[in-house]
Each structure stands twice: as C-alpha cells, then as structure tokens.
Write a protein that binds this ligand. Structure first.
Ligand code: ATP
Length: 278
C-alpha cells in the first residue's frame, strides 16, 4: 500500500504550499484517478510516490518503506514505476528493445532474464513488432508505449501515470488506456493523473485535489454526483454524465448516476426499447 499521512510540501520557502495536509492510501491493485484544476498539485503528489520529492512535513510510505529514508529509495523505485507526461524524458535507448532493457540491465540481471523481461514488456504493451525500431522514428503514442514497456520491465507493483493520453489522437489514447486497463487487471496499482473526466470515470476510485488539498474521494459515480463542488472547483463532468443530465432535463426517465459512455449507450438503448413497446 502507498500511504500519505498529513503531507505538506512547499517548493520554495516563501512559495505556495503545493500539498496541504494530504492523507491518502492507495492499495495495490486499485486504479486511482487523480483529478483537479491546473496547478492543484497532482504532479507534485505523484512525484512523492517514488521519492522524487520528499514531504516537508508528514510521511509517505510505500509498502511500509518511508520515502524519507534514502536507503529505501532503490527498493521504492523498483516497486513504483513512473510514466512521465513527456516520454522523451525517460527514453534513453536507441531502439525500442534497447530502451526497454535499460532498467533490467542496470539491475545487473542475467542476460536471459533481461531478454525475457523485455519480451514480456513489449508483448504486454502490444509493441513487440517495434522491437528493433529506432525510437526516434516512432509516433507520440508509440513512444508512450515504449516508456510504459521500460517501466514494466522493472516488474513494478504500482505505476504512476502523469497525463498518459495528453496530446494523443483518440486511437492512440485508446491504445494507452487499454494497456492501463490490462495492467490494472493483472493487479498492478495504477495512479492516473488526468484532466480527462471520461478517463477518470474508468478508474475504480477518484481523488479530487484542489489547491494542494484532497477535497473529494470516492467511486467515479460518487464523485461525479457532486456537481456543485466540481463546478466550484472548475471541473467538468464526464460526457456520459453530462448527456444523462441533459436527457433528464428534457423529461426523459433516465438514470443520472451513469459516468461511462458504454453505460450511457446501454441506458439509452433500453429507454428506446421501452418507448417502442409503448
Ligand atoms: P497541471 O494540471 O497544470 O499539470 P498540477 O496539478 O500537476 O498542474 P503541480 O505541477 O503539482 O500541479 O503544481 C502545484 C503548484 O506548485 C503550482 O502552483 C505550481 O506552480 C507549483 N510548482 C510546481 N513545480 C514547481 C517548482 N519546480 N518550483 C516552484 N513551484 C512549483
């Protein structure tokens, strides 16, 4: 489990408090979406998870290991993988396979195990066919998959994603989300920072950060029913929830606790069937 206890963080002595009294537990095997307006502290929180930043006050522990103890950093970073918003920041190899092998090579693992880890990571991210490609020649979406493969080759228990689909076209974004869902299905804890409410609705739990403080936490259905608070913070609803509210306002008897588009489609389908039957 990842545990934040009463965490405060300030970038500069006189600066704003980027994290303010944050207490949060993230279990292995859950998919947590972290949402909030620009500058509310999402990336700052994420960087505490693998000890890139250390709390000014309070503690962050990863499976019981305190990030404040430097001796724990190696073990923490092999448990928590980080996929940055810009994949260029973490790609170091010339080819896809070389890049994916970088982490396991640094662990000085036997060559056969490195090959096995690279093959599995490329297979899980669906880019085995790109193994010998020069990374520079890849699309933005493919580069993100390479970054994920590199993280997976380290066999992490948790992966933190910072805006994993930002600036991608819908097909590339879908591919990334499918990989995230597959990893979640395998029991890896996912911490997913996003501005996209439809993506947040796919998570098992949503945490809303505002001005460095957690203002809401709950299931997507619970969070996206708190319309007044979300509006006050400046956050929108997922398109499916917006659509259901609009249909309700026109007088149609639809459920308004729907947050995912596939559920909205089912609801509208069954409504039309009822109307047809009279
Ligand atoms: P966004 O959604 O825009 O990416 P965010 O929610 O991830 O933002 P952070 O990047 O964590 O927010 O920033 C939180 C606050 O800390 C902001 O006010 C930001 O200006 C400030 N901040 C972030 N990085 C630094 C830094 N290196 N030095 C000083 N202040 C910083």
């Amino acid at each position: 489990m990842i545990a934040f206890t009463d965490v405060y963080y300030q970038y500069e002595p006189e600066g704003i408090t980027a994290l303010h009294d944050v207490s949060l537990e993230i279990a292995e095997g859950e998919h947590l979406a972290l949402i909030g307006p620009n500058g509310c502290g999402k990336t700052t929180l994420l960087q505490h998870i693998n000890a890139l930043l250390l709390p000014g006050q309070g503690t962050v522990t990863i499976d019981g290991m305190d990030t404040g103890a430097e001796a724990n950093h190696g073990a923490i970073r092999s448990r928590v993988g980080m996929v940055f918003q810009n994949p260029e920041n973490q790609i170091v190899g010339m080819t896809v396979a070389e890049d994916t092998a970088f982490g396991p090579e640094n662990l000085c693992l036997p060559p056969a195990e490195i090959r096995e880890r690279v093959a599995r990571a490329l297979e899980k991210t669906g880019i085995a066919d790109l193994a010998s490609r020069n990374v520079e020649t890849l699309s933005g979406g493919e580069k993100r998959l390479v970054a994920i493969a590199g993280v997976l080759a380290m066999r992490p228990r948790y992966i933190a994603f910072d805006e994993p689909t930002a600036f991608l076209d819908p097909a590339a974004a879908r591919r990334i989300l499918e990989v995230i869902d597959k990893l979640y299905g395998e029991g890896i804890g996912i911490i997913h920072v996003t501005h996209n409410m439809a993506e947040a609705a796919l998570a098992s739990r949503v945490v809303v950060l505002n001005r460095g403080h957690i203002s809401l936490a709950g299931t997507p259905e619970e969070i996206f029913s708190r319309i007044d608070i979300l509006k006050e913070i400046g956050l929108q609803l997922p398109p499916a929830a917006e659509l259901m509210l609009m249909l309700k306002e026109t007088g149609l008897a639809v459920r308004t606790d729907i947050v995912r588009m596939e559920d909205a489609v089912c609801e509208i389908h069954s409504l039309f069937n009822k109307i047809k039957k009279g």
